[in-house]
Ligand binder design. Structure first.
Ligand code: GLV
Length: 325
């Protein structure tokens, strides 16, 4: 008998068809968002789950489903899964790193540029019929080329953004991360490790690319925003909750920083109402990895992981590889 798996969200039909060759698949082509109760009901009897970052797997969910052996996220981030609880119960967790790095870095850079150069704000102005003359100071903003790019979280995506800034736009790169990059990775882009306060004080454009955890919750709040230059921009392509959205909306309204670009939000898809009323913020609906090719690659990698995990293979991108030993 084929093992049973749940595909918790709508995904490419080709990916589901491939999973059906190996598994008994319950899928969700209507793409309903399951409550925790419904997710739990649908996980009954399932050996594996294909998830996105919107389904939460915690210790209670695992205890209710002792038959569950693999939790495969179609996302690089996995803060929706209690990895320690999974590891303690021998449940494999996988994510989809690498395949989305360049696409996500492209988007981070684009969002930063749109933020600095006021692309969304000026487009709204034009669309609403307010444009009746050219003016010397209309929608002026800070330059990107030659400015100081600050990266908080210098993993694969952070390095991708840094490369774009240094090599394409002549930016000076500073970064803060738990660990310093080896010198041979810093040198080609002239990247300099600084403490967090220095990063906040010196960056002209600060881009957040760090994973969400209890430690990074509100890593950017009122105190951190107060250290930033009034001409600086802040871009978040990491996770909601890393920024205190209420504090950011207030800082934007009071022009304590120039502008922000946000692809992720605390409690998304809800967006803090104050962010919707400030003009100097570019808002996008969590689409940093959304190129067609990358979303396909992510789905296929999540499927590769699920198939390997439940058929005795070697999952390509485990989060808790210790479970495999
Ligand atoms: C998207 O946010 C991801 O973690 O892949």
């Amino acid at each position: 008998m084929k093992p049973a798996v749940l595909v918790a969200r709508a995904v490419f039909p080709e990916t589901v068809a491939r999973l059906r060759t190996v598994f008994e698949v319950e899928d969700n082509p209507e793409d309903r968002i399951y409550s925790a109760e419904e997710l739990s009901r649908r996980l009954q009897g399932k050996a594996g789950a294909f998830l996105t970052a919107s389904e939460r797997i915690d210790a209670a969910m695992l205890d209710a489903h002792p038959q569950l052996r693999a939790v495969c996220n179609m996302a690089v981030g996995y803060n929706n899964v209690d990895v320690a609880a999974c590891t303690a119960r021998g449940v494999l967790v996988t994510n989809t790193p690498d395949v989305l790095t360049e696409t996500t870095a492209d988007f981070g850079f684009a969002l930063m540029m749109a933020t600095a150069r006021r692309i969304a704000e000026s487009e709204h102005f034009l669309r609403s019929g307010q444009w009746n003359k050219w003016a010397y100071d209309m929608f002026t903003g800070p330059d990107v080329h030659g400015a100081t790019l600050g990266i908080l979280g210098m993993g694969r995506i952070g390095q991708g953004v840094a490369h774009r800034g240094a090599l394409g736009f002549g930016m000076k790169v500073i970064y803060h991360n738990r660990s310093r990059l080896p010198a041979e990775q810093e040198a080609p882009i002239g990247a300099r490790w600084v403490d967090k306060a220095t990063l906040l004080r010196e960056a002209d454009h600060l881009v957040l690319v760090l994973p969400y955890s209890a430690a990074s919750h509100h890593a950017i709040g009122a105190a951190e925003l107060a250290l930033m230059k009034p001409t600086a921009t802040l871009t978040n392509i990491a996770r909601g909750g890393i920024v205190d959205d209420a504090a950011l909306a207030q800082a934007l309204r009071e022009r304590r920083i120039a502008a922000a670009g946000l692809d992720v939000f605390e409690g998304e898809p809800k967006v803090h109402p104050d962010l919707l009323t400030v003009p100097n913020v570019v808002l996008t609906p969590h689409i940093a990895s959304a190129s067609v090719a990358t979303r396909r690659a992510m789905a296929e990698l999540a499927a590769d992981n699920l198939i390997a995990a439940l058929t005795g293979g070697v999952p390509p991108t485990p989060v808790n590889a210790e479970v495999l030993r």
